[in-house]
Design a protein around this ligand. Structure first.
Ligand code: APR
Length: 390
């Protein structure tokens, strides 16, 4: 089976689905190939916050109403230190640039529906997806459908939106990209629970170890608990999860509920430079991963998709390849800014509590940084600015 399209998008996570929608709105034809089934993609629960920059992207493309209806604003962040609450008014500190709390699977379901309702071509269960001839002028992608039929799609550009473990980055010669990676030296254990969510996103700092609790819709929450880097989910039975949560959040009356998912999060960062090879453009996790601290993974993917959609529109409609030439550098500036923010926040929140991690001197430094964050307007505004993204 042979066919052609201007752009093949590989992967239908937040990056691929955002890009596919923006390309459709830009009048650029594309085919999306996803390895998994539709129900698998729709069920995957991960991120839960759209920063302000992402909400602006969806507003500018006229998608905000479709995608964000009913999703609450993230107005206040609580940082609880040794059980004492400090409320950061993110709305005021950011000059009104607040994000939205939206479970990833809700956003993904709405992106899928919007693309398919608009006549988009999204193919699930695509096996053996392989990009070819990336460095020439006529790339193509082959894949095998669920019935075993081999397909070949000729295209002008390929968007690698297939996540960290995808096939597109692997198809680039190693010497064509520089890789940066960093192990943050801590572990995070995370659970999803059908338990009452906190009134606001919450970071908790104490000598018992870092913890965070975030709403995931009206009746569920996600908890993150600092743990040993080599911990396994089996090390955390439900009793230990709730006992440690109560202790670290300083809340003896913390409401509990059934735990629906447990996982150990790899606290690792990774960036490739450039995010392009010939006619292949890497988007989202295919090009960079970031720890969940700061909630930027999904937002970086959406920002990449926006830059690429605009650049592909210029290339396909106007023959102007300059925005495509700038794609990687434009995205990497934002990526490194957010990597730095995420690392800074990780140090702040972990070292301020746990002196075993970095010693008592660094613990005092982290406490001083926290005091500055709570007491100084400019420090609070700089923090809120980074949380807003962009
Ligand atoms: N062929 C086709 N599809 C593939 C292949 C392949 N060989 N390999 C992976 N995929 C698909 C995956 O099944 C998945 O649906 O690509 C998609 C990649 O999605 P994500 O891993 O979610 O990556 P991305 O879209 O960049 O997500 C950005 O959102 O919450 C998050 O943690 C996530 O930080 C990440 C962010």
């Amino acid at each position: 089976m042979r066919e052609s399209t201007p752009v093949v998008v590989i992967g239908a996570g937040p990056a691929g689905l955002t890009l596919a929608n923006l390309l459709r709105l830009a009048g650029v034809g594309c085919v999306v190939l996803e390895r998994q089934s539709r129900s698998h993609v729709a069920r995957r629960q991960r991120a839960g916050v759209l920063d302000y920059a992402s909400t602006r992207i969806f507003e500018e493309w006229g998608l905000a109403e479709t995608l964000l209806a009913g999703m609450p604003e993230d107005r206040v962040l609580e940082i609880r230190v040794d059980g004492e609450p400090h409320l950061l008014d993110m709305r005021a500190l950011s000059g009104g640039r607040t994000g939205r709390a939206i479970p990833q699977q809700v956003l993904v379901a709405r992106l899928m529906a919007a693309f398919l309702d608009g006549g988009g071509d999204l193919r699930f269960d695509a096996g053996e997806v392989t990009p070819h001839d990336l460095d020439g002028t006529a790339p193509k992608v082959t894949y095998r459908d669920a019935d075993g039929t081999l397909h070949e799609i000729a295209c002008d550009y390929i968007a690698g939106c297939d996540g960290y473990h995808g096939v597109t980055r692997e198809s680039v010669p190693a010497e064509a990209m520089t890789t940066y990676s960093y192990d943050h030296g801590i572990g995070w254990f995370t659970v999803l629970a059908d338990a009452p969510p906190p009134r606001r996103p919450l970071f908790a700092i104490s000598a018992h170890g870092f913890a965070a609790q975030f709403p995931r819709g009206p009746a569920a929450c996600r908890l993150y608990l600092e743990c040993a880097p080599d911990d396994m989910p089996a090390d955390w039975n439900d009793d230990r999860v709730w006992e440690q949560s109560r202790l670290r959040l300083g809340d003896d009356a913390l409401p509990t509920g059934p735990i629906t998912d447990k996982a150990v999060v790899e606290m690792r960062s990774f960036v490739v430079d450039p995010m392009r090879y010939g006619r292949l453009f890497l988007v989202g996790d295919a090009a960079h991963i970031i720890t969940p601290m700061g909630g930027k993974g999904m937002n970086l993917a959406i920002a990449d998709a926006d830059v690429l959609a605009r650049a592909l529109r210029a290339a396909v409609h106007d023959g102007d390849e300059e925005p495509l030439a700038a794609y990687s550098a434009t995205c990497l500036r934002r990526v490194w800014n957010q990597q730095e923010f995420s690392r800074w926040l990780t140090e702040l929140t972990h070292e301020a509590g746990d002196s075993a991690l970095a010693g008592t001197f660094r613990r005092q430094l982290a406490r001083a940084r926290l005091d500055r964050l709570f007491a100084s307007g400019p420090a609070g505004r700089a923090f809120a600015d980074l949380m807003a993204g962009g």
